[in-house]
Design a protein around this ligand. Structure first.
Ligand code: FES
Length: 202
């Protein structure tokens, strides 16, 4: 049973990576290079920050990159997606992102982001580690609930997250999805793994 879950998760993650935009080819191409490194260089590279070019990411779209072996989602939220966040507080377990380890201080705000439209999340469910699915369709057609405002759904045990990665009340996942350290290199490029305050030292 456990093996089934791991295989399912891996398949979902690989599907997400291969359907991403732009940078993904670059990430895959790096693997043989990393494999040829010495063990210490490989260890450094495994923890290294990852640069993501999101210039082709249109409003309402999401891309996936890999950082430290984990899927990291970048979502370009539309004004209506952002507006819907404000009305969800009563349905959420940690609407104000008060669990400190789930995001850096600079993302402890209503949109859980540095730039409101750009959401960056580690795409791993905080229950038992499955990779949730993107559910951006709103309303009854979402298949989630009639007044669904868009977000992420974990099929393993039914956890729901909004479009800031905040977990709904009454689901197995105990906390919001993790916002990883990140900073902007330009209007269309982001560095995952290094926060704004550390960027000069990276
Ligand atoms: S792993 Fe996501 S709900 Fe259980």
């Amino acid at each position: 049973m456990a093996d089934d879950r791991v295989d399912h998760k891996r398949r979902r993650f690989l599907t997400g990576v291969t359907s991403g935009v732009g940078l993904v080819g670059g990430v895959v191409a790096v693997v043989p290079f990393v494999a040829s490194m010495s063990p210490s260089a490989r260890a450094r590279a495994a923890g290294a920050p990852v640069e993501a070019d999101f210039s082709k990411l249109n409003p309402g779209q999401m891309m996936t990159v890999e950082w430290r072996g984990k899927p990291v989602w970048i979502v370009n939220r539309t004004p209506s997606m952002l507006a819907d966040l404000a009305g969800l507080d009563s349905k959420l377990a940690d609407a104000n992102s008060e669990v400190e380890d789930q995001q850096p201080e600079y993302a402890q705000n209503p949109t859980r982001s540095i730039r409101p439209e750009i959401l960056v999340l580690v795409g791993i469910c905080t229950h038992l580690g499955c990779s949730p699915s993107e559910k951006f369709q709103v309303g009854p057609d979402s298949g989630i609930e009639t007044d669904w405002k868009g977000g992420f759904f974990c099929p393993c045990h039914g956890s729901k997250f909004d479009l800031a990665g905040r977990v709904y009340k009454g689901v197995p996942a105990p906390t919001n999805l993790v916002v990883p350290p990140h900073s902007f290199l330009s209007d269309t490029a982001i560095l995952i793994g290094v926060g704004p305050e550390e960027q000069g030292a990276a």
